[in-house]
Design a protein around this ligand. Structure first.
Ligand code: PMP
Length: 351
């Protein structure tokens, strides 16, 4: 086979579909609302001539705003092209040992892909029958730990004490807490970065700040850990975020009113939708996120409902994967979109 033997072959992560036509899109946990108007102002105010130049590789305007907003030092912040980029850099930086990295069997399905692509040994730990993480599963020797809190696609969030217990038992490995959905529920582990020098807390602007298209993610950690992360980043690609993204991210983080308004709306719609789904016989997990993980009533298959909804132009997420193939993950849209979803589900369920 010659050169084929030298090619890195991987099974890639499969992102949710991005259909071109007008559909009700409840399949990739995007926000149904527009970003802060200050983002548009910032983009309009960009100096066109500055695009000739490379952006600030340290992204200081953004990382300083983030640090200021969360009350941490700028040296404790790292930003990247979505939290996927941040997480990928974390895997590359912090998981260079021979012991296996641990994460749950049901979680964000990108973790095993990064482990594979970077040749990082890993093991999964089974969520319990209620799809909860079992902390003692993470007590043994390991090469690192990744926990999504709230977890995806279950939507279940855990307390800070719960996360701290895992940290307490793992002083010798880096623990990454992926808080992509934290603004919709659960308790952040952020204050623990002062106490645990092995903790990284990852965030994104894709969900609660309605900026999936801008691709901005960031993480917090002890300055030394962030330093190691920067060393790797500067060894792969110095200029990750472009000039418009840096300006847009800064504007987004500074508009707390807009943030609170849209997160509040999504949480309200989520509670209403959960009740309506229950009335139709769906069994949902209590959600701390901007989506609901739900099992259709007896006699209905999740995959069939997923396909039927698609015929009506409503996209939700279905995972053809062990343990979760009976469930649907439904992103919370606007009230009108959820009203339409429930209306169509009533049609499907009665047949
Ligand atoms: N972590 C989790 C748990 C997610 O669900 C997602 C969204 N697919 C991400 C990280 C990555 O999001 P982004 O790259 O848009 O920040």
């Amino acid at each position: 086979m010659g050169f084929e033997d030298n090619i890195r072959k991987v099974t890639p992560y499969t992102p949710g579909e991005q259909p071109e036509n007008k559909v009700i899109k409840l399949n990739t946990n995007e926000s149904p609302y527009t970003p802060s108007p200050r983002v548009m102002e910032a983009l309009r105010g960009l100096d066109w001539d500055r695009l000739r130049l490379y952006p600030d590789p340290a992204m200081s305007a953004l990382t300083e705003s983030i640090a200021d907003h969360y009350g941490v030092k700028p040296s404790e912040v790292f930003a990247g092209v979505g939290s996927d980029d941040v997480l990928s850099m974390c895997f590359l930086t912090f998981f260079a040992g021979n012991r296996p990295v641990l994460f749950p069997d049901i979680t964000y399905s990108f973790y095993d892909v990064w482990a594979e692509v970077y040749r990082i040994p890993y093991e999964t730990r089974r969520l319990d029958e209620d799809f909860r993480i079992v902390p003692s599963d993470y007590y043994g020797p390991n090469g690192g730990i990744v926990i999504a809190n709230p977890n995806a696609p279950t939507g279940i969030g855990e307390s800070r004490e719960f996360i701290e217990d895992i940290l307490e038992h793992n002083r010798d490995s880096v623990v990454i807490v992926d808080e992509a959905y934290i603004d919709f529920g659960a308790e952040t582990a952020l204050p623990l970065i002062e106490k645990y020098d092995n903790l990284i807390v990852v965030r994104t602007m894709s969900k609660s700040r309605a900026m999936a298209g801008m691709r901005i993610g960031y993480c917090f950690g002890n300055s030394r850990l962030i330093g190691f992360l920067n060393d790797v980043k500067y060894s792969v690609n110095s200029y990750t975020l472009n000039l418009p993204s840096i300006a847009a991210g800064k504007a987004a983080i500074e508009d707390s009113d807009h943030f609170r308004e849209i997160v509040g709306r999504i949480k309200k719609t989520r509670e209403k939708t959960a009740v309506e789904l229950a009335e139709l016989g769906f069994a949902s997990y209590p959600s701390d996120t901007n989506f609901i993980f739900t099992k259709p009533p007896e006699g209905y298959k999740a995959k069939d409902i997923f396909l039927r909804l698609k015929e009506y132009g409503i996209y939700v997420r279905y995972f053809d994967k062990e343990r979760i193939s009976d469930y649907l993950r439904i992103t919370i849209g606007t009230d009108d979109e959820m009203h339409m979803l429930i209306h169509i589900l009533k049609e499907i369920i009665k047949k």
